[in-house]
Unconditional design. Sequence first.
Length: 432
Amino acid sequence: MKLKICLVLCVCVFGPVSYLYAQEGVWQLELEASGEKPVEWWNKRKSGYIADFEQAVMETFQPNGKKIELQEQLILSKDRTKASNFYTKSFTYYQYPEKLVFSFLEGDDMIMKDQLSDIYKVTAPSAISDLKDGEAYLIIGTVEGTKELRGYTCNKHTLTFGEMGLGENQYTVWCAAALPAYSTEVLPFGRHLPGAIFQLDFSKEDSTLGFFVTKAEKLPALGSYFELPNEVEVVELTPLDSDGTGQGDESLVNSFHSAFSLEDGIQWFQDVRAGLSVVGVRNENGDILLPAVYQSAERINENVVAVTDIEQRYWLMNAAGQLLNKVAYNHFLPIDDAIYSYQTDAECGLANLDGKILVGQLEDIQPLNSTYVFAKKGGQYGVMDLKGNFVLAPTYHKVKWNSNGELNLLEKNGDAEMKTVSASEFLKEIHK
């Protein structure tokens, strides 16, 4: 559901958008997050320096974290990557020579086009003294060993991430030199490595915590893998100016106006906080109704908009500028036109678009269809309707969607293999 909007510069393209080119090879990978550590372990880790990419995902690796949000199917070529997340229904296309990235959600009527930027400066150990205070860097170590992963020989490297004046930390990565390097939202530095990431460990002492390729195969070399959807509107984004604002100081607020119309007498307004352009709500007299802390807006329907704050938490807002949820959501996902699932720091549950909680105090929620969800209670998953009733008692230890749109089910802890079944077959069993 997350839609990251920088600053809108212009709206320009309609009609077919495709990028066909000669390719030396195309591969498909499935990338997953795995492992977990208690909150106390992460709090201790945060006392030292950790890389920005890890900070962005660390909650996912805590108990009850939704690792499925980070599961991606990747299609790679020498200078292109397509990343698809079938859980969040998000798609990102990378073009490395042009340093472009295109992103959108399933069903969107626009595609965000942005420049592919580098958070970390790739450097050699001997050049660190030349960096400025606050400048982030990445040192890619030499090959330390090899092993086979998913049928490919992978080289072991130590990655040293640091920031001048703040310290540094090391990670272990295994790269397949036979496959092209790639970047994703969660691994933005990947395209600079000597091959495709097959495994990345957060801790050098624990090789089970991090990102892992669970499937790899070579595909026929077809340009159509990287075609953008036809008949779409491409919205070009621009980085912040040196004064911390967008072009004309109106770019971000214009994207809010385009996403959602507020009632007469109140309006969106733009401000700058900690160097970031942010948006709030005020009335026609200039009285602030909601402080400027929001960075993106996505219309849910004509009455409700989802906004994200500077901590990347979700809030639902009505046309009167009123927040509908009392607690920030770390994640939310529409189930049907009126009900959505949510996750806070304390619980998961179902709520309606008025912000009313229909069922709470769940340990996890996974989508099933527009009528049912998988709900976790007492450490087990069952099937729940949208009124909060279990139509199938909690009996599954794990529930997971795979990249083919099938369900992987583990009936009890300790079973050797998951059972794979289509959603339609599973629903038939429920209704017997």
